[in-house]
Design a protein around this ligand. Structure first.
Ligand SMILES: [Fe+2]
Ligand SMILES: [Fe+2]
Length: 473
């Protein structure tokens, strides 16, 4: 399959030669108004005139994006697939070494469609979760970043809808419709995965979400990027490029809160900075505990025959499959798995093929550690001995081997009585949430910032922090 450069003269910008397939083009053009309608009703609630946004203009390594003030409703959402060599081969599973698929093999149709629907469902869900945040942004810079994340999650929905329309016939088109009908937190038709039905009620939650939950997205996309179904692989590769900024927003957002927390602790000579308009470190830790644990649930059960089947068939690989030094079949390998047995947490060896969700989760955990290290350096630089940390993987889990058990952040098994008594020490309490909510006041004067967070060290695309990133309607 040869790629063409992005065509912006089309109603739907794309680099998949949509104009060459009238039927598909018409189908997507009839989905487009429904998407715009969804954006208007479920997207950002604050009315804006225009926002300084990046738009993808190329899929190559250099200068792939263009920046400028655009009205969000007129954002050029489109279909962009990464370019790939013509002789890509399947890297794992029983079809290893064979050419990748440009069409969906009949026997994998249902599984591939399911994988695409689950991924696709998360993209608009996060936009819905973040809908009201624009009312309380700590600065115009942050408001702009929120909207950038939102429009790109919208584009990721487009990416998955393109695949459904182009490769899955009528069923696929129906699923594409359903992606706009399910809504985050809706009682009758909620989003598919738990974490995407949680609210994102404040900016601390937003940064935690973009750090921990968008990072889950990175790992899921990483496994789909390995897929033998080449259009899916190329789609995910380009999505990963956009995803990097979402995690940057989370990482640096938490950096800046910790920096400000340090300043407040120093100037008031107390860790209890809540009365001084800051986010106390212990509250921040509870938010880490919450968002990390609900994000771990997104990896599914530690042992999964579905994941094994997807792998063997070549539908979904491991994180950085091609860099792994093994047979890429895993039929004879073992894998260490923590679980609860006889009132203790023990590690058991299980067949590696069954432990692929766990393997992916472990990669994710390693990556999450990098943020913790970085945030602790900020504390250290500021002369504080306090440290933040990731809780034990069994803490606060609703999915997998630890669900139904109470595990403390340190990794001790406890009974329901202890859990109930200590819960508010480990997870955000109503009081913590109310305090954070109370800090949320919009600061929309260019160059100004809310008192609970430090300004960023750089603006966007070389612009200063004081730049007018957003014009309100
Ligand atoms: Fe996304
Ligand atoms: Fe994202």
């Amino acid at each position: 399959m040869s790629t063409v450069s992005i065509d912006y003269t089309e109603k739907i910008p794309n680099n998949v030669d949509l104009a060459g397939d009238r039927k598909l083009q018409r189908a997507l053009e009839s989905w487009q108004p429904n998407f715009i309608n969804w954006w208007k009703t479920m997207g950002p609630a604050v009315p804006t005139q225009d926002v300084y946004l990046r738009t993808a203009v190329d899929v190559g390594k250099e200068s792939w994006a263009q920046f400028g003030h655009v009205a969000m409703e007129e954002y050029r959402w489109g279909v962009f697939l990464a370019e790939r060599g013509d002789d890509r081969r399947i890297a794992f599973g029983e079809n290893r070494g064979e050419p990748v698929w440009q069409q969906v093999p009949g026997e994998y149709r249902a599984d591939l469609q399911r994988l695409i629907v689950i991924q696709g469902d998360t993209e608009p869900a996060s936009v819905e979760q973040q809908r009201r945040l624009g009312e309380t942004a700590p600065s115009l810079y942050d408001l702009r970043n929120l909207f950038q994340v939102n429009v790109e999650e919208g584009r990721h929905l487009w990416a998955m809808v393109y695949l459904l329309h182009a490769y899955f016939g009528r069923n696929g088109r129906e699923e594409a419709e359903a992606l706009l009908h399910r809504n985050s937190g809706d009682l009758d038709s909620p989003r598919i995965l738990g974490a995407f039905n949680e609210e994102t009620p404040d900016w601390l939650s937003f940064y935690m979400f973009t750090y921990f939950t968008d990072r889950d997205g990175k790992y899921q996309l990483g496994t789909l990027k390995e897929s033998a179904f080449d259009p899916l692989s190329r789609t995910c590769e380009f999505m990963l490029k956009e995803e990097a900024h979402h995690m940057f927003v989370g990482t640096t957002g938490i950096d800046r809160i910790i920096q400000r927390t340090c300043e407040l602790m120093r100037s008031h000579d107390t860790a209890d900075i809540a009365p001084h308009g800051g986010v106390p470190l212990n509250v921040l830790q509870k938010y880490i505990n919450f968002h990390y644990s609900v994000s771990l649930d997104l990896f599914g059960s530690e042992q999964s025959t579905n994941a094994a089947n997807y792998f063997t068939a070549g539908l979904k690989g491991r994180w950085q499959e091609e860099r792994r030094r093994d047979d890429h079949l895993l039929t004879d390998d073992g894998y260490g798995m923590e679980q609860v047995r006889d009132g203790a947490i023990i590690t058991d060896d299980v067949p590696a093929l069954l432990a692929l969700n766990l393997d992916l989760r472990n990669e994710y955990v390693k990556d999450c550690q990098s943020g913790i290290k970085r945030w602790n350096k900020i504390l250290e630089r500021n002369g504080f001995d306090d440290r933040v940390h990731l809780p034990h993987v069994g803490f606060n889990r609703e999915v997998g081997l630890f669900s139904g058990h109470h595990v403390t952040p340190k990794g001790d098994l406890v009974g329901t009585d202890v859990w109930e008594a200590r819960r508010d020490d480990w997870l955000p309490s109503d009081g913590d949430r109310a305090h954070v909510q109370n800090l949320m006041r919009p600061v929309y004067e260019p160059g100004k910032i809310a008192g609970w967070i430090a300004p960023p060290s750089n603006g966007i695309n070389g612009k200063p922090f004081e730049y007018e990133y957003v014009h309100f309607a």
